[in-house]
Design a protein around this ligand. Structure first.
Ligand SMILES: NC(=O)N[C@@H](CC(=O)O)C(=O)O
Ligand SMILES: [Zn+2]
Ligand SMILES: [Zn+2]
Length: 438
């Protein structure tokens, strides 16, 4: 029997227990004996969470395999505790057809470390003018439910309205990169304020995000369809979302670990590792984002893992690519910033990093309780392990890591994807895993 026994894990809402996994499912939870031939993972002191789900990942394949591949990104995801990642559509070619979406799905399955769930583009070629094959992507084997032109904003209100109407019957959602291109064009790279003035960098005002979010929640109300706000970065956006939710509008939102932890002042050294879209904001915005995550106005944490090759990133600040990697550090940042400070507990982490993103993205095999009969997608977290980030040791192909050299307490110990160990820091388990895979 292909069995795996996890012993003594801390489960949410109950005492420590053993979890028996076989044939991809949880078959027993309680005080258990290891069946003959079963692999055993000692999870004493570890917290068992439902496998993490990332609603916002850039895997770069096809087209930019120098920065990341579905294989390298899957390894980084598994190391970060993820069992499913939504792969953004801004690849080359763009994921704007059923065939393109199925290809991403199949490449993910061939790696088999994490469910790679394709996001479909809203408009053909991310051009912003003509709707992509939304229905065909939804009805394809990939079963696309999340649509986004991420990297670009769906700026035309009429296109946004049509897209929302189109995806409503099959329960889709539009994830919006909220950036009014007239208020913040593609050169805008620093929060507009005192720092951008001092550094002489083109400003990206918060209102460029807030104005689009305000429009989109009204379009969601008008159409009765679902909008999701990608990488929320300002206090003003939080206010709009809070208001919209109070009206019963179907809006959800995500925040990235970097917008929860890093501020505009980091740009003073002009280090392009801190160049990201939307830009890092002042501490008042950062605190508003933390509060919004704690009170549920912001539903989930998503990484916006955005790998870039050195030849695109290591330039003068204004010329460098936007984006930073984040799959391997998301859980440690959340642990350090929000759990150790007492603002969230591990049940909240399950909600914001697994249950919430699975629900928003329409996944039924993830974000489930760790109970008998459920798919065995789970993450064992060591709440006391200190992790010092080394960009060079990343599984990602890219090195644009803003956390290099920082130490976080709380790290992923083992990731189990569909009943198999997709990552572990435990050397004995790792040997067993090699045999287990045979
Ligand atoms: N976040 C970024 O700075 N960059 C993303 C695009 C995006 O998420 O808007 C990328 O694709 O590199
Ligand atoms: Zn974006
Ligand atoms: Zn993105």
């Amino acid at each position: 029997m292909n069995a795996l026994l996890i012993t003594g894990a801390r489960l949410l809402g109950r005492d420590a227990a053993d979890i028996l996994v076989a044939d991809g499912r949880i078959v027993e939870v309680g005080s258990l004996e290891a069946p003959q031939g079963a692999r055993v993972i000692d999870a004493d002191g570890l917290v068992a969470l439902p496998g993490l789900v990332d609603l916002h990942t850039h895997l770069r394949e096809p087209g930019r395999e120098d920065a990341e591949t579905i294989a390298s990104g899957s390894e980084a995801a598994a190391a970060g505790g993820f069992t499913a990642v939504f792969a953004m559509a801004n690849t080359s070619p763009v994921t704007d057809t059923a065939e393109a979406a199925e290809r991403v799905l199949d490449l993910g399955r061939a790696c088999g470390l994490v469910d790679v769930v394709p996001v479909g583009a809203v408009t053909a070629g991310l051009g912003g003018e003509r709707l992509a094959e939304l229905g065909l992507m939804a009805r394809s084997r990939a079963g696309v439910r999340v649509f986004s032109d991420d990297g670009r904003c769906v700026a035309d209100g009429r296109i946004m309205r049509r897209a929302l109407e189109y995806i409503k019957p099959f329960g889709g959602v539009i994830s919006q990169h909220a950036q009014d291109p007239r208020l913040a064009d593609s050169s805008a790279c620093c929060h507009e304020g005192e720092v951008s003035g001092r550094l002489g960098l083109p400003g990206w005002p918060g209102v460029a995000e807030e104005a689009i979010v305000a429009r989109d929640v009204m379009l969601a109300r008008h159409t009765g369809s679902r909008v999701h706000v990608a990488h929320v970065s300002t206090a003003g956006t939080v206010e709009v979302i809070r208001w919209a939710k109070a009206q019963g509008i179907a809006v959800t939102a995500e925040v990235t670990p970097h917008h929860l932890a890093l501020t505009t002042d980091l740009l003073v050294g002009y280090d392009p590792v801190y160049k990201v879209n939307p830009p890092l904001r002042p501490s008042d915005d950062v605190e508003a984002l933390r509060e919004a995550l704690v009170d549920g106005t912001i539903d989930v944490v998503a990484t916006d893992h955005a790998p870039h090759a050195r030849h695109d990133k290591e330039h003068a600040f204004v010329d460098a690519a936007f984006g930073m990697v984040g799959l391997e550090t998301a859980l440690p940042v959340v642990s350090e910033l929000l759990v150790r400070s007492g603002r969230l507990d591990w049940a909240d982490v399950a909600r914001i990093m697994s249950v919430g993103p699975a629900r928003i993205g329409g996944l039924t095999d993830h974000g489930r309780p760790l109970a008998v009969g459920e798919p065995a997608n789970l993450t064992l977290v060591d709440p006391d392990r200190a992790l010092t980030v080394d960009a060079a040791a990343s599984r990602s192909r890219s090195r644009n890591n803003p956390w290099h050299g920082r130490t976080f307490t709380g790290a992923v110990h083992t990731t189990i994807h569909r009943g198999r160990v997709s990552h572990t820091v435990d050397a004995t388990t790792r040997t067993a895993e090699a045999e287990y895979a045979q």
